[in-house]
Design a protein around this ligand. Structure first.
Ligand code: MN3
Length: 239
């Protein structure tokens, strides 16, 4: 407790960094006057790096998780700590750049955290078709699974540059919609809850598929964890 109190009295970004380095709890309350700052952490993958072979290669998974996703977590923590520091000082000169940084990295952290969970080894949780409530929603909102899959694949293939195809739950009318995200935070509307997504940044597939993004998308369907997507739908409906 005394260490904690020391952090609280020091204040400023240095104390946040010290708190992070000391491996303190998820919440670093080191900002005197700047409010509580949550520290985000890189989630473990629910399977080994080579588990999605041959559809997604181990090297891609390792780089994607340990480098790319880790960088978004770091960027989000930095942006939020800097925003808290600006708040404490009442100096918002950098607020636009920091807000952009927080949105970009926060989008990256959230989407990747979902992405790992909605995949599973082919034939061992991954692949096949959805069932139950999720299948009923897909039929209601897209006609049938084949049409849904064609629409989702087309959205993924057509993302301009870096981005995602996303399946959202829209609580306003209790429906599922397919949209895209440019980068990791632009193009989808407010109020929807992403329950499934495919990362189509080149870092997600270039080592194995080079410029053949449609081939990666086709392969990806073999590792979709429909049970996890169904869980996401259930949670989104409850919320
Ligand atoms: Mn990515």
């Amino acid at each position: 407790m005394s260490t904690r109190r020391e952090f609280l009295t020091v204040g400023g970004a240095a104390a946040v960094i010290a708190a992070m380095q000391a491996g303190s709890s998820a919440v670093a309350q080191a900002m005197a006057g700047g409010g509580q700052v949550t520290t985000h952490t890189l989630p473990e993958l629910p399977y080994p790096y080579d588990a999605l072979e041959p559809y997604i290669d181990a090297k891609t998974m390792e780089l994607h998780h340990s480098k790319h996703h880790a960088a978004y977590v770091k960027g989000l923590n930095e942006a939020e700590a800097a925003l808290a520091e600006a708040r404490a000082k009442g100096d918002f000169a950098a607020v636009q750049a920091l807000s952009k940084k927080a949105a970009f990295n926060g989008g990256g952290h959230f989407l990747h955290s979902m992405f790992w969970k909605i995949m599973a080894p082919a034939g061992n949780g991954g692949g096949g078709e959805p069932s139950g409530e999720l299948a009923e929603y897909i039929e209601k909102d897209f006609g049938d699974f084949k049409s849904f899959r064609a629409h989702f694949s087309a959205a993924a293939a057509a993302v301009k540059g870096s981005g995602w195809a996303l399946l959202h739950y829209r609580p306003q009318d209790d429906s599922l919609i397919i949209l895209q995200a440019e980068n990791q935070h632009k193009l989808s509307p407010w109020g929807v809850v992403p329950i499934m997504g495919i990362d189509v940044w080149e870092h997600a597939y270039y080592l194995k598929y080079q410029n053949r993004r449609p081939e990666y998308i086709e392969a990806w369907w073999n590792v979709v964890n429909w049970a996890a997507v169904a869980e996401n739908l259930k949670a989104a409906r409850k919320a």
